[in-house]
Ligand binder design. Structure first.
Ligand SMILES: O=P(O)(O)OC[C@H]1O[C@H](O[C@H]2O[C@H](CO)[C@@H](O)[C@H](O)[C@H]2O)[C@H](O)[C@@H](O)[C@@H]1O
Ligand SMILES: O=c1ccn([C@@H]2O[C@H](COP(=O)(O)OP(=O)(O)O)[C@@H](O)[C@H]2O)c(=O)[nH]1
Length: 565
């Protein structure tokens, strides 16, 4: 990995270990001051919970530090087979299994395919992972019924180190549109089941769940076919909660990790799911279970204790002496990629065009998949309120909203599209003039360079997710703002609020009045304060990268295996 020295014995980046040692000291002093502030009688649950979190975090840090100091062999994967330090290190083979491959396939002819990068945070983060000899296993986002097409696509994908799982239309309908995106997704984001078809959903639940299990088995079959001894298998997200069980049933020695990119909701929500126990038991077959935040990890452990009656420990969940480790691994981005992109002539050209186009106006930006969790209607309504209450800003600010189409076959998403169009039209009609409108709404994705240019010219980024596992858009915005030092308004319900909260203006997206006044605060913020807030976030984004996230998770997985009965 560029910029990191490796300790010859442990294979752990020296800079990372130094930072872990520093962080550990810092955590210790934070903990004592935090707990000292609480008198005996006021030692609230919050203080205890805080200490518990720090302990967990410290345990994680300690195990790294321990390895470094002892030159342990636990990270052997990197160095195995290396006699001398100057030899090229062994690279751990990693099978990344996610519903979606990082590329989507478009058929151009019987045997001809073109591949395009898929949009979404999971893809962006994993593209930044360079440490491992990684292969992706997943769905190419397209139905390929014929053998000729399947062979040609498999070949095209192999060049990108991708291995397809072929899902037919019916399975996609029941598993992806149905169980994943109409049941698990809204539930995990505290949105409940779609109101109108609640009964219909309840009726179709069994067939969708059967399709979900079948699809997970199809992923497992492809993993099994490509697995080699010593590989680490890293399963991703709510689409594949059954996968750890399928894999361990096939090969108990396989090292299996599972990471959830969405929130894991309170056990009170999870217990409403008819398949609540089956899903938990399957996930527990993994050796390591990871989440973006401690809250999500805590909710998962509570669900296992309350629903399955198992024992929660500071390290994870125990079932008859078998431990499944559970921990928080907050994701990051490949920040260098964004910072470097700003120097590319094409991006500079874009920046120049945008600056001229919006001269005299402050630019506000929203970048989201057009998903109900992103709170796009709430954001636009808050912007309307701001314009309503601040007439002097009406011709001095513009909101650019990039709304990337997603899951377009799911009825709830179709309804959302019409709803957003209706609101944008109304506001532009209300505040627009013959020459300018306050909201530019784009129903499409942008290429990487256009996106970077947009991030760079923005004065205020507005992230109003009602719930969001992490939200990488907020990280990407910060990475591209080192010249401008714009302001980030960030929902307190995004995982990113826990890492970027000190630099951002945090808001409750349901409170439109609060968001509107935050817009005013951000637009009027003095340069010194913007600088200070930006610095805090920039340091975080550039030091907690996607590479480090993956490294940490995979190394942590090395420490123990569990069996699954
Ligand atoms: O694959 P799609 O159905 O088109 O959806 C795109 C992805 O959306 C979700 O992303 C999550 O992962 C991000 C990275 O960890 C995180 O920042 C964000 O908060 C999540 O919403 C989903 O979890 C992915 O599986 C999808 O590929
Ligand atoms: O036109 C676009 C808009 C967004 N993105 C990417 O989509 C991801 C969105 O990730 P986030 O974690 O914010 O949310 P998710 O969509 O995964 O829920 C980010 O990496 C963006 O760079 C993209 O590739 N093209």
């Amino acid at each position: 990995m560029p910029g990191n020295n490796y300790n010859g014995n442990s294979g752990i980046p020296t800079s990372r270990v130094e930072r872990l040692l520093r962080d550990r000291e810092l955590r210790k002093s934070n903990r004592s001051s935090h707990l000292n502030e609480a008198t005996d009688s006021s030692r609230t649950n919050e203080a205890f919970e805080y200490e518990h979190r720090l302990r967990e975090e410290e345990n994680l840090g300690n195990s790294y530090v321990q390895q470094y100091l002892e030159g342990a062999v636990a990270a052997r994967a990197l160095t195995e087979g290396c006699e001398r330090h100057d030899e090229k290190p062994f690279r751990q083979r990693l099978l990344v299994v996610a519903n979606r491959l990082p590329v989507s396939a478009v058929r151009r002819g019987e045997e001809s395919w073109s591949l395009e990068i898929s949009a979404g945070g999971l893809v962006s983060a994993l593209l930044g992972v360079k440490e491992f000899e990684a292969r992706w296993i997943g769905w190419a986002g397209v139905n390929v019924p014929d053998e000729v097409g399947q062979k040609a696509l498999t070949k095209a994908l192999a060049e990108k180190r991708c291995i397809p799982v072929f899902l037919d239309e019916e399975i996609v309908h029941q598993y992806y549109n149905g169980y994943c995106n109409n049941i698990l997704w809204p539930l995990f984001h505290y949105l409940g089941l779609p109101q109108e078809d609640r009964l219909a959903t309840t009726r179709s639940f069994q067939s969708q769940f059967a399709a979900y299990k079948k699809a997970n088995q199809m992923f497992a079959d492809v993993v099994n076919k490509h697995y080699e001894e010593g590989d680490v298998v890293w399963c991703h997200d709510y689409h594949l909660m059954f996968l750890p069980k399928c894999l361990k049933e096939y090969n108990i020695k396989m090292k299996v990790g599972w990471f959830l990119h969405t929130p894991f909701p309170s056990s009170e929500i999870h217990r409403t799911l008819p398949s609540r126990s089956d899903l938990l038991r399957s996930v527990l077959c993994a050796d390591l279970v990871g989440f973006h935040t401690y809250d999500y990890a805590r909710h998962f452990v509570s669900a296992c204790t309350r629903i399955l009656g198992l024992e929660g420990t500071p390290e994870g969940v125990e079932d008859q002496g078998r431990l499944t480790r559970v921990a928080a691994f907050p994701i990051g981005i490949d920040s260098d990629r964004f910072i470097r992109a700003l120097e590319v002539p094409q991006v500079q050209e874009h920046i120049k065009e945008l600056t001229e186009r919006f001269a005299g106006r402050k630019v506000m930006l929203g970048v989201d998949r057009l998903d109900m969790i992103k709170g796009i209607p709430q954001k636009i309504l808050a912007f309307e309120k701001f314009l309503e209450e601040n007439p002097s800003w009406r011709d001095k600010v513009v909101l650019l909203q990039i709304a990337v189409p997603t899951r377009t076959d799911v009825p709830e998403y179709q309804k959302l599209t019409s709803q957003v169009h209706e609101i944008v039209g109304r506001i532009n009609g209300r505040f627009g003039t013959l020459t300018a409108v306050p909201i530019h709404h784009l129903d499409r994705s942008l290429d990487f360079h256009a996106l970077c240019a947009l991030y760079a010219v923005t004065d205020v980024a507005l992230v109003t997710s009602l719930r969001d596992g992490m939200n990488l858009v907020s990280y990407e915005f910060v990475a591209c703002q080192d010249s401008k030092k714009g302001v980030l308004i960030l929902s307190e319900f995004a995982g990113a609020a826990q890492s970027l909260g000190a630099g951002a203006i945090l808001v409750n997206p349901w409170n439109i009045t609060e968001v509107a006044s935050s817009i005013g605060q951000a637009l009027n913020m003095l340069p010194e304060e913007r600088e200070k807030r930006h610095r805090h976030n920039f340091v975080h984004v550039t030091t907690h990268t996607a590479q480090e996230w993956a490294e940490t998770f995979v190394r942590y997985m090395e420490y123990g295996l569990v069996s699954c009965n």
